[in-house]
Design a protein around this ligand. Structure first.
Ligand SMILES: Nc1nc2c(ncn2[C@@H]2O[C@H](COP(=O)(O)OP(=O)(O)O)[C@@H](O)[C@H]2O)c(=O)[nH]1
Ligand SMILES: [Mg+2]
Length: 441
């Protein structure tokens, strides 16, 4: 997600970066480009207008023309504005309640409700909770089975409906079941429809009355685009929502609708679904997503995932290397191996500044593994000097490296191009006062 917008904005700021001073005209031009990039990313028209106004206003209030690095200032301003549109701060799950806190999961068919219910249960379990799941989608028997399989896999108890139960009855019995089991929280998976309709809302209202949830989370498919705005507005009005979970952000969705939903409904985004597996869920951090949108990567998110496998020293060393512009191809391979250990590669790629799935072709799974091995083979066919200063690699060196690694000169070229792009990005990040890098500490 955000691939094309981040590439575009990245280009805009890169071009701008070369300018020492900015005229009124320059600023107009940049704002126009940002506007187009946002519209193309499927951000709603009204939201785009607001974003541009906010950026312009902030630009006027800072001394842009006397600033030493005006492009940096605009980049920071844009990042601040996007962050604030996305909700500014992390919106945590509420679990304080007199009775067992209930989290109600609602949304359209196929949006990812059942999967998200299980993902959240696993997330809560990791945080010391004892969740119980209630399968209240009585319209599709397969959904009950699906939740049971998922519950088994994470060792979380699931309450399943009896044949003649209505959805509200299931909820009442499910809560009794959870109480007996001494659950510390309850997650209810509900039925969806293909579109918002009256029957669905009626049933959900009845469920809501029985469940009295502390959190009502709307699950939205990132691929649905601007339609999600209407869906979210209806659910917010009819049922009341405390949060949104945006799923399938690992797909090709342009992602702009996320901004529109939050802006239009005022309901905070709480989680992102990043894949089909149970651990593919992330807490939504507005500032990190803003920085991802701007093509600045998500160093904080990256280091969080890396946290467990990265020692403090390793992280410090990496930060130093990036700052001193000493990050070389050996480090690249080492980093990629580390990342590989942490899980799916593509999800992580977009968190690395300057990289996106488009400019580094690294599919998940077996192919990703193969690709990594290929890069490793190329780098290990280089001399120490070539790894440190890839600039010296000319045509004949390239042919030698390709031969030695069993690849084509073009593969070597691609790797070198990607690496140089990445270095440029790192340089810019470490020069600017962008928050990201300090998170490695
Ligand atoms: N790639 C991807 N697939 C997802 C994600 N969340 C759910 N899915 C898939 O979307 C499909 C529908 O999910 P499901 O939970 O059954 O949706 P429901 O009808 O709303 O309960 C399933 O194939 C899930 O594996 C996600 O974050 N990423
Ligand atoms: Mg379902």
């Amino acid at each position: 997600m955000f691939d094309s917008i981040s590439t575009k904005l990245n280009d805009i700021f890169f071009m701008l970066g070369k300018k020492g001073t900015l005229s009124e005209k320059d600023i107009d031009k940049v704002l126009r480009e940002i506007r187009i990039a946002l519209l193309e990313a499927d951000v709603g028209f009204k939201v785009v207008k607001q974003i541009i106004e906010n950026i312009r206003e902030k630009c006027n209030s800072v001394e842009l023309r006397t600033s030493v690095a005006p492009s940096q200032v605009i980049l920071n301003v844009t990042s601040e504005v996007l962050t604030s549109i996305l909700g500014s701060e992390v919106s945590e799950l509420q679990l304080k309640s007199e009775s067992i806190p209930v989290i109600l999961i609602v949304g359209l068919n196929g949006s990812g409700k059942t999967t998200t219910t299980a993902k959240l249960a696993a997330h809560l379990k990791t945080n010391g909770q004892t969740p119980v799941l209630i399968a209240a989608d009585i319209h599709r028997p397969a959904a009950v089975e699906q939740l049971n399989i998922l519950g088994d896999s994470i060792e979380v108890a699931v309450y399943s409906p009896k044949i003649s139960d209505s959805a509200p009855e299931v909820v009442t019995r499910g809560i009794e079941f959870a109480t007996k089991r001494q659950a510390t929280c309850i997650l209810i998976d509900t039925a969806g429809r293909f579109q918002v309709d009256e029957d669905l809302m009626k049933e959900l209202k009845q469920i809501y009355a029985k469940a009295n949830p502390i959190e009502t989370l709307l699950v939205l498919d990132a691929m649905a685009g601007q339609d999600s705005v209407n869906v979210a507005e209806t659910f917010a009005k009819d049922i009341g929502l405390t949060g949104v979970v945006l799923t399938k952000i690992d797909g090709d969705a342009r992602g702009g609708a996320a901004l529109s939903v939050v802006y239009t409904t005022g309901v905070p985004l709480k989680f992102l679904g990043t894949g089909e597996k149970i651990n593919d869920i992330e807490i939504f951090h507005p500032d990190r997503i803003a920085s991802r949108i701007l093509g600045m990567g998500d160093i904080a998110g990256l280091s969080e995932i890396a946290g467990k496998s990265f020692s403090h020293n390793q992280a410090k060393q990496l930060e130093k290397k990036i700052k001193r512009d000493e990050f070389d191809l050996n480090d690249l391979v080492a980093q990629m191996n580390q990342i590989k250990k942490m899980g799916s590669l593509t999800g992580l790629i977009e968190k690395i500044p300057g990289l996106s799935k488009k400019n580094i072709q690294l599919p998940n799974g077996e192919d990703g593994e193969k690709n990594l091995r290929k890069i490793e083979a190329i780098v290990s066919s280089m001399t120490l000097n070539e790894r440190r200063k890839p600039g010296i690699i000319d045509g004949s060196r390239r042919r030698r490296i390709a031969k030695g690694s069993g690849t084509k000169p073009n593969d070597v070229n691609n790797l070198l191009n990607q690496f140089s792009q990445m270095k440029k990005m790192m340089k810019r990040m470490s020069k600017g006062d962008l928050k990201g890098l300090s998170m490695f500490r």
